[in-house]
Design a protein around this ligand. Sequence first.
Ligand SMILES: NC(=O)C1=CN([C@@H]2O[C@H](COP(=O)(O)OP(=O)(O)OC[C@H]3O[C@@H](n4cnc5c(N)ncnc54)[C@H](O)[C@@H]3O)[C@@H](O)[C@H]2O)C=CC1
Ligand SMILES: O=C([O-])CC(=O)C(=O)O
Length: 391
Amino acid sequence: MQARAVRPSARRQKGGKAVCSAGSGLQAGNGQHHVLRSVQNNVGRIERSAVSASVGARRVSSTSSVGYASRGAVACSAGKVAVLGAAGGIGQPLSMLVKMLPSVKELSLYDIQGTKGVAADLSHCNTACKVTGYVGEEELTSALEGCDLVIIPAGVPRKPGMTRDDLFNINAGIVKSLATACAEVCPNAILNIISNPVNSTVPICNEVYKAKGITGASARILGVTTLDIVRSNTFLAEECGLDVDQVDVPVIGGHAGVTILPLLSQMRPKVQLENKRIEELTTRIQNAGTEVVEAKAGAGSATLSMAYAAARFAESCLRGLQGDKVYECAYIESSLIPDLEYFASKVQLGPNGVEEVFEVGQVSDFEQQGIEGLIPELKKSIAKGQEFAKN
Ligand SMILES: NC(=O)C1=CN([C@@H]2O[C@H](COP(=O)(O)OP(=O)(O)OC[C@H]3O[C@@H](n4cnc5c(N)ncnc54)[C@H](O)[C@@H]3O)[C@@H](O)[C@H]2O)C=CC1
Ligand SMILES: O=C([O-])CC(=O)C(=O)O
């Protein structure tokens, strides 16, 4: 059974997003948004039209209900995307992947250093997207003008021994100032928040928009947890000997330690795993970021896999803006779990950002314990972000 659209039973939650029960067959991203396939299609071709054609065909076959013409607040016939923190470890490969998306016509690269060189370099790639580099606060407004989507990987990464929350003191201020600029210059743009700790930086952005009286923004302020899904799909495909393109594991909660909760009981295709193995795989997914931090031994955290994941999520957001119904997991303001104001869950993306929020659905006893166990930590991180933003 596929849970696709608003069902009559859907109930509204704050921000105008509807809540639906999760259908067991609902697949993140419809299994169709393949950034790397776009890239592969592009490499070695003199003309890009073949890529556009294949993406166009995908769009026609989707369950599109809202076209360009009927889009409301956010106009996106020529997608303009900004990457803030574009000269960094994530920012550079992410910017390259975004430049290869056929729906992106303009790409703004903003950072406090280094973007002129990155933009000059990227601008030589023969894709139709125009790239401009902006450096320093005085150029931030120009970078953001007319943006449909703003992706934020600005901030410091972890070193071995640190938690994501240890980044709060530096990154909270960076994200707050960037969110303030977005709220002023492109309040209708969708924000993809990558900067850690995501569990706190997303509440910070929402508080900034609320303080400015911008309504409905919580549907457009999305914490990017896609790397957790990408990792889960990879590990489970390896574990079960499956084609990774066929594997879809929803991951809910948040994006730090035990707040990352893969729902292996809802994995597609359905597999049988021993309880002990489920626990081991869950722990590996929760610690996968730390695995990379330790392997990089002081040189930062995940950059390439994060760029891949963020490009997939950005592509889904852009497809939503263009009227496709696309499913992803994202960390958003939510009323799914009593007592938690933010939660990552399956959502449907559309022209206004998150259009539907799907209930967690049926979970195993182990996963239920995981949900109960993550609440105190997530609650603390949310409150920390909210308090910071208000002061
Ligand atoms: N959500 C997720 O799943 C993941 C999140 N991350 C987070 O992403 C962030 C970035 O990681 P990396 O790219 O590896 O770090 P990095 O240090 O390589 O790059 C960060 C970039 O941000 C820039 N920057 C700093 N302050 C800025 C400001 N005020 N405005 C614009 N740009 C500014 C820096 O100049 C730098 O170029 C970190 O906080 C990291 O923890 C990393 C991996 C996964
Ligand atoms: O672990 C980190 O610090 C970066 C991150 O969020 C991830 O890789 O999931």
